[in-house]
Ligand binder design. Structure first.
Ligand code: ADP
Length: 334
């Protein structure tokens, strides 16, 4: 990667501003009035089910697609029509169809680097960073799916851009490869670069992102910091009690228990008031072997997307829902 690191400037003009963007394919509305700021130096995750419009929205931000209406600016400039002034400042994960398949890995990345005027030394460093250091002489069409994914990511990084767009960069990687890429991405963020990425790995988004936006059916239903989202939506915690300690009916009647199921060798107690339930369980069963599972971004995501699928909400409805849930949580914890 090139040695030019951007200076982090979190108070400045956003890296990307999306205002009321709409995009349809025929009569299918893929992006339905999305507004969003991505701050400079931010790691922003775009989440949502398949077909929610994530790739379309990212491609509009990248300047690869034209919005039907609304506006997008990147560093204050429109990326559409193709803005050559912005290209050196942006890194876009290449689709594998754009690979120079007859070239070797090193030749391919050298070609990409040359297109962007990046230094030749950046090629070796970038291949090392994405774990392709040992594959320099392998022809691109002989790479495995995971290796192609790494090369696509390398193509986005080789010229040291300030803003990096990655569309499901860890999708084809094994768990070890994912963890390695996390370190690369954390390193880029530490250098002050802005990252916008899509993922279906909620654990990953929780670990990496400063903020996430959840897109459902073309609408951005919530944008927040993962931990704040978990706290606000207060998805339930689960207490796992070994079977035989307490029966299902007795567990259901404990104060603070919202639901009881049997899973594996455990009675699973759902609650938004963990302390209260543990205090009630202690004299009845003791707490030996009782496990607590705190809510994750995945729990919140599933809750939000399930609600949206049942009865789509407007942004206002979502804010009202958040207020109602927060009030309810406070009541339960009191
Ligand atoms: P995601 O990335 O969240 O899976 P997409 O942006 O790929 O969502 O797709 C959003 C919707 O737009 C889907 O219904 C998809 O089938 C449709 N779509 C995406 N690209 C095209 C295209 N080039 N032509 C027609 N429909 C498309």
């Amino acid at each position: 990667m090139s040695s030019t690191s951007p200076t982090p400037d979190h108070g400045a003009q956003p890296a990307v501003t999306v205002s009321d963007v709409i995009k349809s394919y025929g009569d299918r509305r893929a992006v339905d009035g999305v507004s969003l700021d991505v701050r400079r130096g931010e790691f922003f995750g775009l989440l949502g089910p398949n077909g929610a419009g994530k790739s379309t929205l990212v491609e509009i931000m990248e300047g690869l697609r034209k919005a039907d209406s609304g506006s997008v600016t990147v560093f204050g400039e429109s990326p559409w029509p193709r803005n050559t002034g912005l290209l050196p400042r942006m890194g876009v994960q290449t689709q594998s169809s754009a690979f120079f398949v007859r070239q070797t890995v090193h030749e391919h990345l050298r070609t990409v680097a040359a297109l962007f005027g990046a230094k030749r030394e950046a090629v070796d460093a970038t291949l090392d960073a994405v774990g392709l250091g040992g594959q320099h002489d392998v022809r691109v069409d002989n790479l495995s799916g995971g290796q192609r994914q790494r090369l696509a990511i390398a193509s986005a990084l080789v010229h040291g851009p300030e803003l990096i767009f990655l569309d499901e960069p860890t999708a084809a990687l094994d768990p070890e490869g994912r963890r390695d890429l996390w370190e690369v991405l954390r390193g880029l963020k530490a250098e002050g670069r802005t990252i916008v990425y899509t993922t279906h790995h909620l654990d990953e988004a929780e670990a990496l992102c400063d903020r996430v936006g959840i897109l459902v059916a073309g609408r951005l239903v919530v944008t927040d910091e993962p931990q704040h989202l978990i706290g606000t939506f207060g998805a339930t915690s689960r207490l796992l009690v070994p079977l035989g300690r307490i029966d299902e009916r007795e567990a259901s009647s404990l104060p603070g228990v919202d639901g009881v199921t049997v899973q594996g060798g455990h009675l699973v107690l759902e609650t938004r008031a963990t302390g209260r339930v543990l205090a009630a369980l202690d004299p009845l069963t003791g707490l030996d072997g009782v496990q607590t599972r705190t809510p994750t971004l995945e729990d919140v995501y599933l809750e939000i997307t399930a609600r949206q699928t049942q009865a789509p909400l407007t942004a206002n409805d979502t804010n009202n829902a958040i207020s109602a849930i927060t009030a309810n949580n406070k009541e339960q914890q009191a």
